[in-house]
Design a protein around this ligand. Structure first.
Ligand code: ARG
Length: 441
C-alpha cells in the first residue's frame, strides 16, 4: 500500500490492522471511482472560485482528473491495494503528476464528505436505471394486457380455484405494480438528490466553500445544508434507495413465483423462453426455471442489505468508520437487484401462454360468485343469493368470455381501464411504444 494520507511520523501501521481497516474498500470503491473523480473536479473548481487554486493549478487538476477517469475506464489504471481506498488513489495520482497542485486538492474536504458525494451520485444513477427498467416492464405488461384480455385463466385465492380471470387481468396487475415502482424510484431519486460535498468531516471548514457552485455543477436538486445532517444521512439515504429497489424486487419475487408454478406440469399454463430455462446435470428430461428462481431469490439480497445498513446505523451523530460497511451492502443489493430486473423485460415479452390448459382448469364452481352477484342485482338479498349460488345444480353457465365481459367493476376483466394505466405510465416520460403512439394521436 502506498503512503497513507494520514500517516504520522514514527508510528508504524501494522499490516494486519491496515488490511482490516481497508477491508474490501478499494474493490468497492471501483464502483464509485468515476463519481469521486467527477466530484473532485467540481471541488477543484470551487477552490479556484474562492482563490485557493490559480488558473494553471485548476487546469492541471481538471486535465489529470480527466486522464485518470479515461485510464480507469480503459483499464490502464487499476484501483487496487496499492491504495487504501479510491480517495487516496485520486490524491496520490494528482500529486504524482502535478506536485503541489495535487497536494492542494484536499483543501476544505474530508474523505467523509468525499465518500458521501460519490455514493450519492452513484445512487442517483442506480435509481435512474431502476426507474427505467420498471417503466419498461410496465410498458410490456400493458401491451400484453391489451392484447390478451380475451385469454381466460383461473383466478386463485388461497391457491384454490376461485373465479375466472384472464391474462389481461394478470398483466394489468404487474403493469400497475411496475408503474408504482417506477414512481417510487423517481421520487426516491429526488429525495436523495442533495449535495453533501462541502460539509467536510461533518462540521464544515473555515473557508467560504463554493457549495452552491458544487450543488449546481453536480446537478443536485438541493444542497444538504446542515453540515451535521450530511453525516446523519449516510446510510439513511442508502436505505431509502434500497427500499425503492426492494419494492420492485418484492413484486418480482411474486411474479417469479407465479411463473415457476405455472410452468410446472401440474399447471402447464405457460412456457418460458428457452434461454430462460436450464437443464439438469443428471436428469436428461428436465427443463428447469432456474432464471426465474434466481430472480425470486434476489429479493433476499436486497432485504439482507437493508438489514445490514439498519444495524450499522445504531450510532451517535457524526462520522464513524462503521459506516464504511454500508457501501458493500448497497453495492451488493443494487448489483443483484438490477441484474435480476434487467432480465425481466425479455422474459415477459417472450413467455407464451397455454390457453387450453388454462381453460381446462376452469371448473363450473368458478362461476358461482358471478351467479350470486347476478341474483343480487336482480334484487335477491346477497346472503340469500349466496346460499342459492352455492348449490352445484345452479352452475349452468360455464362461458369464461361471458364471465369476463360481465365483470365490469372498474379494473376487472370487463373494464380493465388500461388507458388510465397507460396515461400514468406515459406521464413518467416513458419511451415505450405505447407512449409514442399516444403522442402521435
Ligand atoms: N472508506 C471510508 C468510508 O467508507 C472513507 C471515509 C474515511 N474517513 C475517515 N474519517 N476514516 O467511510
Amino acid at each position: 500500500m502506498s503512503n497513507l494520507l494520514w500517516q504520522k511520523p514514527g508510528v508504524e501501521v501494522e499490516a494486519g490492522i491496515q488490511r482490516f481497516l481497508a477491508g474490501d474498500d478499494v474493490v468497492l470503491d471501483r464502483e464509485f471511482f468515476l463519481f469521486d473523480i467527477r466530484a473532485s473536479a467540481v471541488h477543484a473548481q470551487g477552490l479556484h472560485i474562492i482563490g485557493l487554486l490559480d488558473d494553471d493549478e485548476l487546469a492541471g487538476l481538471l486535465r489529470e482528473l480527466d486522464v485518470l477517469a479515461a485510464d480507469f475506464a480503459s483499464g490502464r489504471f487499476v484501483l487496487d491495494d496499492r491504495f487504501e481506498d479510491g480517495h487516496s488513489a485520486i490524491e496520490s495520482r494528482l500529486t504524482e503528476r502535478l506536485g503541489d497542485a495535487g497536494r492542494k486538492i484536499h483543501t476544505g474536504r474530508s474523505r467523509n464528505d468525499q465518500v458521501l458525494v460519490a455514493t450519492r451520485l452513484w445512487l442517483r444513477e442506480r435509481l435512474d436505471e431502476l426507474a427505467g427498467v420498471c417503466r419498461e416492464v410496465a410498458g410490456i405488461a400493458l401491451e400484453r394486457a391489451a392484447a390478451e384480455q380475451g385469454i381466460a385463466m383461473p383466478g386463485y385465492t388461497h391457491m384454490q380455484r376461485a373465479v375466472v380471470s384472464s391474462c389481461g387481468m394478470w398483466w394489468a396487475g404487474w403493469a400497475e405494480a411496475y408503474i408504482d415502482n417506477a414512481v417510487r424510484a423517481r421520487d426516491t431519486r429526488a429525495w436523495v438528490d442533495a449535495n453533501p460535498l462541502g460539509t467536510a468531516a461533518g462540521y464544515g471548514v473555515n473557508l467560504p466553500l463554493a457549495r452552491d457552485h458544487a450543488t449546481q455543477a453536480l446537478g443536485f436538486g438541493r444542497m444538504q445544508v446542515a453540515a451535521t445532517y450530511a453525516q446523519l444521512s449516510r446510510g439513511k439515504f442508502e436505505l431509502a434507495a434500497i427500499d425503492a429497489l426492494g419494492s420492485a424486487l418484492l413484486d418480482l419475487r411474486r411474479l417469479a413465483w407465479d411463473l415457476s408454478l405455472f410452468t410446472s406440469a401440474e399447471f402447464g399454463f405457460v412456457s418460458l423462453p428457452a434461454q430462460y430455462t436450464t437443464g439438469s446435470s443428471i436428469m436428461p428430461n428436465k427443463r428447469n426455471p432456474d432464471v426465474v428462481e434466481l430472480m425470486r431469490a434476489s429479493y433476499a439480497s436486497v432485504a439482507a442489505a437493508r438489514c445490514e445498513i439498519e444495524q450499522l446505523l445504531s450510532l451517535p451523530s457524526g462520522y464513524h468508520r462503521d459506516l464504511q460497511f454500508s457501501k458493500g451492502a448497497v453495492v451488493h443489493a443494487f448489483g443483484r437487484g438490477l441484474a435480476a430486473l434487467r432480465l425481466l423485460p425479455n422474459l415477459l415479452r417472450n413467455l407464451e401462454w397455454r390457453p387450453q390448459a388454462m381453460q381446462a382448469a376452469l371448473e363450473p364452481s368458478m362461476y358461482a360468485t358471478d351467479l350470486a352477484v347476478d341474483l343480487a342485482r336482480q334484487g335477491v338479498p346477497f346472503r340469500e343469493a349466496y346460499r342459492q349460488a352455492a348449490d352445484p345444480a345452479s352452475w349452468a353457465s360455464s362461458d369464461p368470455a361471458a364471465s369476463l365481459a360481465a365483470r365490469v367493476s372498474p379494473g376487472a376483466g370487463g373494464d380493465l381501464r388500461l388507458e388510465c394505466l397507460r396515461e400514468r405510465l406515459c406521464v413518467l416520460g416513458s419511451a415505450v411504444g405505447i407512449c409514442r403512439d399516444r403522442s402521435e394521436s
